[in-house]
Design a protein around this ligand. Structure first.
Ligand SMILES: C[S@@+](CC[C@H](N)C(=O)[O-])C[C@H]1O[C@@H](n2cnc3c(N)ncnc32)[C@H](O)[C@@H]1O
Length: 211
């Protein structure tokens, strides 16, 4: 899932820190065993998320959309010693696999994995968030942005995946998810409380910094 020529994508991967053994194994098992494996962030985006975490050194981070745990492990890498990642997914069938890889990563003690609807769980988190990764159902991106906004500390970062939606955001006929993603990006673009950049990384990653 990229708009970049394959050969340049491979070149970029060859000049990006390789996936750890755990992430490579998780990537492989997800592709072998799980439906829609392309939902996993993958090498380049994973390392970008990891880099953001290493730069921010979050005490508290939140991920909306765990899937098999790939990006959660990337988000954890820069957490402070006593830091915590909250990660939420509605699909309990993925729980065993994600938990198994959290154990393998050696960071499971830093991960609070909640199963349920993100919109119900986010309001129960009473912490100041340094880093948020929105990567769940596209129809609710705007809602998730509103729900997390007051919890994000000034200077904190919100990342939102898939904002180019395989290029559909600039096509004429549009489904509900495309319309929701466009509305989300427009909302961020208008929001004077933030700085933002839409990176053409993978399927489009919106990087938002709260002023
Ligand atoms: C694109 S995948 C996440 C990929 C993961 N962040 C990664 O990079 O490896 C989206 C996930 O969001 C979850 N999801 C969808 N709707 C949700 C909701 N309302 N609340 C919580 N999770 C949801 C799905 O079950 C799916 O696992």
């Amino acid at each position: 899932m990229t708009f970049f020529p394959e050969v340049l994508e491979r070149y970029a991967e060859a000049h990006t820190k390789p996936e750890s053994d755990v992430l490579r194994e998780l990537n492989r098992e997800t592709h072998a065993r799980v439906l829609m494996p392309q939902m996993l962030s993958g090498h380049l985006q994973g390392q970008f998320i990891r880099m953001m975490s290493l730069m921010l050194r979050p005490k508290y981070a939140l991920e909306i959309g765990t899937f098999t745990g790939y990006s959660a492990i990337c988000l954890c890498e820069g957490l402070q010693e006593n830091g915590k990642l909250f990660t939420i997914d509605v699909n309990e069938e993925l729980q065993e696999m994600a938990l198994r890889y959290f154990e393998k990563s050696g960071m499971s003690h830093k991960i609070d994995f909640r199963i349920g609807m993100a919109a119900a769980i986010i309001p129960t988190l009473h912490v100041a968030l340094d880093l948020v990764f929105i990567d769940a159902d596209k129809l609710n991106y705007g809602l998730y942005y509103d729900l997390v906004f007051d919890k994000v500390r000034p200077g904190g970062i919100i990342l939102a995946d898939n904002v180019l939606w395989s290029g559909k955001v600039v096509e004429e006929s549009q489904d509900a998810e495309t319309i929701a993603l466009k509305a989300f990006s427009d909302k961020v673009q208008r929001d004077e409380r933030v700085d933002n950049v839409l990176l053409t990384l993978r399927d489009g990653l919106m990087v938002i910094r709260k002023k």
